[in-house]
Design a protein around this ligand. Sequence first.
Ligand code: ZN
Ligand code: ZN
Length: 361
Amino acid sequence: MPIENPFPDLSAPSDSTLVGPLTGTLRDIGAVIWNNAGENIPRDLHWDIIALTLIISTLIWFKRKGNGSKGADGRARNSGLLGYLFPKDIYTHPSARVDLWLWITERAVKPFFAIGLLVAIGPGTEKTLITLLEFLFGPSPAYTPNYSWMLLYSLFTLLCYDFVFFLTHYTMHKVPALWAIHKVHHSAEVLTPLTRSREHFLAVPIWAAGGAFSYGFAAGIFAYLFNGNIVAATLLNIGFFSLLFGFNGSFRHFHVQFHYPVWLSKWLHSPVMHHVHHSYLEKHWDTNFAAVTSIWDRLFSTLYIPEKDEYTPWGIPPAKQFENRTYWQNTIGPFRDWYRMLSGNYSQSTETNSSENELKS
Ligand SMILES: [Zn+2]
Ligand SMILES: [Zn+2]
């Protein structure tokens, strides 16, 4: 998944110094640019998240006696620890190289889209909602926040974010013109931590707009209830949903199978559930759309909890994979597909060639 940590600043204390509107605006824009530059390395690629990913993978290796990771073909296999953590066939795969170049492009393009959208959509949504609530229910009841309320605010933000993510993702799969863009994420034939950011640059504003809208929505409701006087809960100064999100995002594009017990998978997406989302087998299509929780997929019947060592060959159906293999194929891909759609040469059935799938499975 290509999205950023949705909770970077929720726990930051607000600055109460009074400033003029122009200074305030410039300072806000400056802060967004600064945060964006600082986030140029996504949270899930920071050393702590990578270290945690490797430690958990080592524990799985011990517990499963060398089993539990998948090769470039999406099949589970047994290997020594070094090959288990850093499999040569995955990291030397052409798809991993394309991940890197698409990631660089996405990083370069992102500030142009993300700043405008975050500045406009997030606060815009928040303000509109506060005005609406004041109109409907009168002035803010100005409740006094405590830790439970802060926790609820974090949880509510997470659920809003996850729901908007689910809807955006679902639409990207179901609407052919948008699938042409999102296909770039799914053309990854192996999963590496960089695959999370593997997206066409046109997908960047779509994800950013959805994220900004959901934070603005949650912030608007809680700002109204507490008269603007609430921040998200933290644990040891880290927003723990932020940590959960960063970790989950990184591990879900890692080739080691990290399962949760089935009861927990019904509430939270385990990382291995995203292996299924990337599989081209027909039974796996259009499943596990959400980012963090399983709630929305359960409600919309798209939840798929895989068996241990379930075969998940990654990529788009083989009949189409050759068209989305190189960096340039992926970059011009949406324009090529839209041209085909407009000229009547595009058929969804060739996008999902099931007879070919059966051959491969
Ligand atoms: Zn993914
Ligand atoms: Zn997808």
